[in-house]
Ligand binder design. Sequence first.
Ligand SMILES: [Zn+2]
Length: 405
Amino acid sequence: MAADTAPLEQIKKTSGHAACPSCGAAETDLFYALDNVPTNSCILFSTKEEALACKTGEMRLCHCPDCGFIFNAAFTQELTEYSGRYEETQGFSPTFSKFHTNLAKRLIERHDIHGRNVMEIGCGKGEFLVLLSQLGENTGIGVDPSAIPERLEGVEGAERVTLIPEYFDPSHCAREPDFLCCKMTLEHITNTAQFIRQIRDGLTEGGGTTVFFQIPESLRILRHCAFEDIYYEHCSYFTPGSLGRLFRSCGFRVTDISTEYDDQYLTIEAVPGFGGEMLEIEDDLDEIASLVETFPKRVEAAKHDWQGVVDAAKGRGETVLLWGSGSKAVSFLTSLGLGDKVDHVTDINPNRHNHYMPGTGQRIVPPAELAEIKPDLVIVMNRIYEDEITADLKALGLSPTIKCL
Ligand SMILES: [Zn+2]
């Protein structure tokens, strides 16, 4: 399956302007369109047939000139599934685990979260909440439709954590948390302002709750044409400025906005309230507008370059492997139409092994099988894991060419 680039000018003529879900502006500009995009890139498919027949949807990325927000105007919630079949954890990577632990430690120290009530919206399988509970002796409530409470049984620190496998509802906030975090979730929410207002409605001004959000940072995607980071489940794309503007307009006083994890992640800290000075990092409207304007041309060039890399390897009769089987890999394979040219996909998350890639159907092989597969070219889906993956390959007695996205 290939996610076809759709003709922008033609679509613009036939479709009207979508209103901005963050600030309500009536007119936004369409700047990137794809058809046949798998809509559930983290779902585990048990057969190749099922994976090839996965649901697909359209992406119509629009940019709001008023607040800088970018969103998929064609996003349809019904096409996505967040259930126990949704396997998103990065906890099997030592690089990610270290980052996660350090983040928990930093937040606990910075906000003095000891013996407090913490809540996590979109807690996934609950790893971060357990860390907060373990490292600060906190009590945690996690809300996420893909949560699997049984997985935490016997895990140290999990005895003070309750997972609720549901979509967030303000009633979950009945007891106002001291610290409310929401990581890697807002980008999956289509009615962004409604969601942030809903959270704000559960909190009292001066009630002492600190709110912390972490999401992918989109200026990096625009600057580097990181097309692999554009996929269906992510319907909302924020920059420091567009995130700050959303929080302010929904009744939060923003206390900090920063980027981390190689500038891939964007974080915001806020408290219920109004006012506060705009931070320097929020002044990005002009840059977003100019990056969006040149994006269509630049992204086609970037895709062409990667197609060239894979075509050249196949021309030399090489075996090509992707390291990483999550959303980035699905987007990479389908955006480039590389279904039959990439031979194998591997992942260190054992829960994903022997399942099949949505849209392109490769079996996800355990890294141990690579000793037999002997890949010539390994394409790493996230360069932050390059050292970790290089070491893993070396341990298997392999030294293929490594290229990182
Ligand atoms: Zn807007």
